[in-house]
Design a protein around this ligand. Structure first.
Ligand code: MN
Length: 235
């Protein structure tokens, strides 16, 4: 049976709950059935997690820094506190249930924060060293920078390559990486672009947007989605 994949939604403007179509279509293309999870469902998380086979934590605005014990930096972007509450509860419950999670962009950062890690609130202001352009000005489906993958990592096994070229739309990045995560992908400037759990069945985060690349025909991104769906099927 096709697995049910929950995709978290954005409530950025406070009036509408939205999700870019690419997430839905990348899941459909990979053989899953996408179900959208709105902000505000945290009281029903347990039953929602029982009903789903996998979770896609989607991209979006910045995570409020109180969640990693920091005050807001002047360059912190827009935050969506209600969304944080819903997604933190969902991620915790999914991790406890040991069900598959794919975290994308903000979703990877959120996973890291839920497990006790932190992010650079703004890499340009806070990262020590020269940076690549991580907020690309090219189209969403253009793969602008290279990510080198850790040998023997799950991600390396999925794509079967030492490095992949990906898109990039972020001004924040994962900073301290707590257990159970290990870094499995980095750009040449040292920015962390992929994480995976060594203690869970399938918990993987990427800093780029594979959904946009996948629907545009990128093989590595399609392999990431099909592996995620397969793991959800075989649960
Ligand atoms: Mn990047």
């Amino acid at each position: 049976m096709k697995p049910f994949i929950g995709i978290t939604m954005d409530r950025a403007d406070g009036e509408k709950q939205i999700i870019p179509d690419a997430y839905v279509h990348a899941i459909l293309q990979a053989g899953g059935t996408p179900l959208l999870i709105p902000t505000g469902v945290e009281k029903d998380i347990k039953r929602i997690v029982e009903a789903l086979d996998g979770l896609l934590l989607s991209g979006g605005d910045d995570v409020a820094p109180y969640l990693f014990d920091e005050e807001p930096h002047p360059e912190l972007g827009k935050v969506t506190p209600e969304r944080d509450v819903t997604e933190v509860a969902l991620a915790r419950q999914f991790l406890n249930a040991n069900k598959p999670i794919l975290g994308i962009c903000r979703g990877m950062q959120l996973l890291n924060i839920v497990c006790g890690g932190s992010v650079y609130q703004d890499i340009t202001a806070q990262y020590d060293g020269p940076l690549l352009q991580h907020r690309q000005k090219a189209a969403k489906s253009f793969a602008s920078h290279v990510v080198t993958l850790a040998p023997k990592s799950l991600l390396h096994q999925i794509v079967g390559r030492d490095a992949i070229r990906v898109n990039s739309f972020h001004h924040q990045a994962v900073r301290e990486v707590p257990s159970p995560f290990v870094v499995t992908g980095q750009t040449s400037d040292g920015i962390i672009e992929a994480l995976e759990s060594v203690n869970h069945y399938f918990v993987l985060g990427v800093q780029w947007h594979p959904e946009e690349l996948s629907i545009a025909g990128d093989t590595a991104s399609q392999q990431l989605f099909t592996t995620f769906i397969k793991k959800c099927e075989n649960l």
